[in-house]
Design a protein around this ligand. Structure first.
Ligand SMILES: [Zn+2]
Length: 198
């Protein structure tokens, strides 16, 4: 299933499969009893784990596996609340990775700059396009990204994309190849999996 065999293994409370801890989502209980998504595996206390998979989230919530795992110390949680918590955590992680890529000088932004860079076939790892840009630009970007086999993801609005880069509105952002881009691609794939279906 996975190539990541380093580090400790943990068991998903829904499907009972044992997987590398790094591939699973960690949850902890807040003092008020709420189940919290601990996406970066940094919060103290006893943890419970699920696969990053909507079916496992649903089963974990509906079969009351959190109550079992936390020995009744947590309040009930709906799977939609879990999905919302995880989607938020992924958005935050993506936001911070884009910020790191910007600081490292790995970002190109603005539709013209990105289009030119794509035309030159420069080492771009991925392109983010705002959800509120004109269809004409989307079409042009899609055509170039598919020709050069660069993943293209529609996410955030222009204002938010601009904020990530410390600028005014931005319609398109491209990230250069490297380990930050690899990390971003992984999180974007996870994010799309979360928002894809109900
Ligand atoms: Zn599972």
């Amino acid at each position: 299933m996975t190539e990541n065999t380093n580090g400790p293994q943990r068991t998903c409370i829904a499907c009972r499969q044992s997987k590398p801890q790094a591939d699973l989502v960690r949850y902890v209980v807040a003092p008020n009893g709420d189940v919290l998504v601990d996406y970066r595996h940094r919060l103290p206390g006893r943890g419970a784990y699920t696969c990053l998979d909507l079916v496992c989230l649903k089963n974990a919530a509906e079969r009351r596996q959190f109550q079992r795992s936390f020995r009744g110390r947590c309040t009930e949680i709906s799977w939609l609340a879990l999905k919302g918590g995880l989607t938020n955590a992924l958005q935050q992680r993506i936001t911070s990775l884009v910020g790191m890529a910007r600081k490292a000088g790995h970002c190109i932004s603005g539709s013209n700059a990105v289009i030119n860079s794509l035309r030159q076939g420069d080492g771009l790892a991925l392109v983010l396009v705002a959800e509120d840009i004109s269809a004409g630009i989307v079409e042009k970007i899609n055509e170039l990204t598919s020709r050069h086999q660069v993943p293209c993801v529609s996410m955030f609005n222009k204002e938010k994309l601009g904020q990530l880069l410390g600028k005014e509105e931005r319609s398109v952002v491209a990230i250069g190849t490297g380990s930050l881009a690899d990390a971003l691609l992984l999180e974007l794939r996870r994010y799309l999996q979360m928002v894809r279906e109900n």
